[in-house]
Design a protein around this ligand. Structure first.
Ligand SMILES: [Zn+2]
Length: 83
């Protein structure tokens, strides 16, 4: 018999959050590289990569919002509780 208070995580939402974490980390890494390039007089060598990372971050953010609206699992931020 399962415990009365089982926790079920939304796997799809967890995957989207992991994608957003990676997109934000990439954006930050590329931002740092671009700052270093500017300070070293190397110009705008990472600007296109930065724009692409920004688009990926925004696309993932929108996917999370759409998922939350369709699935309703964000009412409890990390889990849906059954009893
Ligand atoms: Zn969900």
């Amino acid at each position: 018999m399962p415990p009365r208070s089982s926790v079920i995580l939304c796997v799809e939402r967890q995957q989207l959050i992991a994608e957003l974490e990676k997109a934000v980390a990439d954006f930050n890494r590329i931002t740092s590289a671009q700052l270093a390039a500017l300070r070293n007089g190397e110009g705008l060598m990472f600007v296109e990569h930065l724009a692409a990372a920004g688009l990926r971050m925004d696309r993932t953010r929108r996917a999370i919002i759409a998922h939350d609206e369709e699935h309703g699992c964000a009412k409890t931020p990390r889990a849906v509780f059954l009893n």
